[in-house]
Design a protein. Structure first.
Length: 94
């Protein structure tokens, strides 16, 4: 497992999480997404994607497209509201 998609990657929790991952294993390939373009600029990620807020109707479609393009081994969310969306739509991510 080397390819990780992390949502909310530019926030303080996301920055700390990615830094810890990279310290543990520099070979992790981080795919980051965030709905805040300024937070996304701060993110530590090999690839970055701007996504709509998770309450927007297009959020899941955009995320599905990112997943189909990047083929992550693991998806990890740092944002409570996004975790709820993932949980309610888990069949899309199986």
């Amino acid at each position: 497992m080397n390819r990780l998609l992390i949502t909310g990657v530019g926030g303080s929790a996301g920055l700390g999480f990615v830094k810890s991952l990279k310290d543990a294993n520099p070979d992790f390939f981080i795919i980051g997404c965030n709905s805040d373009k300024y937070a996304l600029e701060r993110a530590i990620a090999d690839e970055k994607f701007l996504v709509p807020p998770c309450k927007e109707p297009t959020y899941l479609k955009v995320l599905e497209k990112i997943i189909s393009i990047t083929k992550p081994d693991l998806i990890y969310s740092q944002v409570d509201a996004e975790i709820e969306v993932f949980s309610k739509n888990r069949k899309l991510f199986d």
